[in-house]
Design a binder for this molecule. Structure first.
Ligand code: GLU
Length: 373
């Protein structure tokens, strides 16, 4: 009894069945029970992925479970709350997880490769390119990359925190045809999934609907705590042209054929990895406040940002760093790579380019280095 929001999404269910490169993300609760790995459930997941691999599809697996798998081996009773113990648990658990995946895929003569990333690795363009090349090579060699956050070294500031968003970033990084998010619920519901009046939403392909659902997701309308991060991940991936399927880990076989769950149809086209990086993977180092004329020039006419249109600068950044662009009311309208150091900018503000000394006549943010949000 699924509810469908009409649109183009139906086509991508078949598209999913035909996808050549798929990123699959699985959550901790689908792989562990009582603080240990659940070998049977992990094997069931691997069986389905190996079957799809055997017909030539390239698979990247983003797997959580490091911390959860380390709990019982360390004699802990519950998931630790402090970061240092979480990191210790992840250090133990990640090894067990990787070992288990290696053994499980070996049943099908398949090799796995471990890729541990921190947010910092995707925030820096050089690292982003490195990671991209590694994935390409692994996939070309027939390996199944298994990705997780590098929990042992990620501090609070540079954590992704959740693997849903990491999976969306990886999906773009590898140019995936589809992203499958597996958890313990079989999709997005109109209310709490355990309530009789709640029904499964089978397809979402209107970003406005997604925004609406997202708001209700913070309350009781959507039943699981993890739904908000899944919707965020779906928003990131679909805006980049990658359809997303959300379903239960136990339904992975059907999911790989597009036959279950909630499908989020692709909304936007794919942007270059440079602009994607700027939009989703950077942390702004400062903020430029624009006057109304500059907002119109940047947003509607897609022009470069000049010193004349900037009224204030905050933050401590160097030329080349990502900064936020805000309108006169403070609302963020975009993000760009600034071409001056923070210390050089105040003297230039509000001045017309021709009045500026030579060497300071370039744009503050060039249009090719700017995304409108
Ligand atoms: N990286 C964490 C782990 O493997 C999980 C993060 C998440 O639950 O999304 O334990």
């Amino acid at each position: 009894m699924g509810r469908r929001i009409p649109g183009r999404a139906a086509m991508t269910r078949q598209g999913l069945a035909a996808a050549h490169r798929i990123v699959v993300k699985v959550g901790s609760s689908s792989l562990t029970s009582r603080g240990r790995l659940d070998a049977a459930r992990l094997d069931a997941l691997v069986n389905a992925l190996a079957a799809r691999r055997s017909v030539g599809t390239q698979i990247v697996l983003v797997s959580s479970g490091a911390i959860a798998a380390g709990i019982a081996p360390l004699g802990l009773r519950t998931r630790p709350r402090d970061l240092a113990t979480q990191q210790a648990a992840a250090s133990v658990g990640q090894l067990l997880l990787a070992e288990r995946y290696a053994a499980s895929f070996a049943r099908f003569d398949l090799h796995v490769g471990q890729v541990l990333l921190t947010a910092d690795d995707l925030h820096r363009r050089g690292h982003y390119g490195n990671a991209q090349r590694t994935f390409e090579r692994l996939l070309a060699l027939g390996v199944i990359p298994i990705v997780n956050e590098n929990d042992t070294v990620a501090t609070q500031e540079i954590r992704f925190g959740d693997n849903d968003r990491l999976a969306a970033l990886v999906a773009h990084l590898v140019g995936a045809d589809a992203l499958i998010l597996l958890s313990d619920v079989d999709g997005l519901y109109t209310g709490r999934p355990d309530r009789a009046d709640a029904s499964l939403i089978t397809e979402v392909d209107d970003p406005a609907v997604l925004a609406e659902v997202r708001v209700s997701g913070t309350g009781s309308a959507v039943g699981t705590g993890g739904m908000a991060t899944k919707l965020d991940a779906a928003a990131i991936a679909t805006s980049e042209g990658i359809p997303v399927l959300l379903t239960a880990a136990s339904l992975v076989g059907e999911a790989l054929e597009g036959r279950t769950g909630t499908l989020f149809g692709a909304v936007g086209g794919r942007s270059t990895s440079r602009l994607f990086w700027l939009r989703h993977a950077t942390t702004p180092r400062g903020r430029l406040v624009l006057d109304a004329g500059a907002v119109a020039a940047v947003v509607q006419r897609r022009m470069s940002l000049l010193p004349a249109g900037i009224t204030a600068v905050t933050g401590d950044f160097d030329a080349g760093d990502p900064v936020e662009l805000a309108g006169p009311d403070g609302a963020v309208i975009g993000r760009g790579l600034v071409s001056y150091d923070a210390t050089d900018l105040p003297a230039l503000l509000g001045r017309r380019t021709l009045e500026l000394p030579e060497g300071f006549r370039r744009e503050v943010v060039h249009r090719d280095d700017l995304v409108v949000l």
